[in-house]
Write a new protein. Structure first.
Length: 78
């Protein structure tokens, strides 16, 4: 997934900051980042951009379904 340069720059920046914060604090996101870098041999920034896409899809799904975040549902297939 490529994060395009279209849309609101501030919103993209906040998404990037939120993803970086999640990589530092959320164990599931950190494990996903580590897998991308070590196993898939992605560069660190490319992995972060890939996770930005995952986080935004996660947020949209949570808002649409009006549910809470459950890591077992999100990362069970990963």
């Amino acid at each position: 997934m490529v994060l395009s340069k279209r849309g609101r720059p501030r919103l993209r920046h906040l998404l990037y900051l939120m993803t970086m914060s999640m990589v530092m604090t959320n164990a599931e996101i950190r494990a996903s980042h580590r897998y991308n870098v070590e196993e898939k041999k992605l560069k660190k920034m490319k992995s972060i951009m890939k996770l930005c896409g995952k986080v935004i899809r996660l947020l949209i799904a949570l808002a649409k379904n009006n549910t809470t975040y459950e890591p077992i549902k999100v990362f069970s297939a990963a």
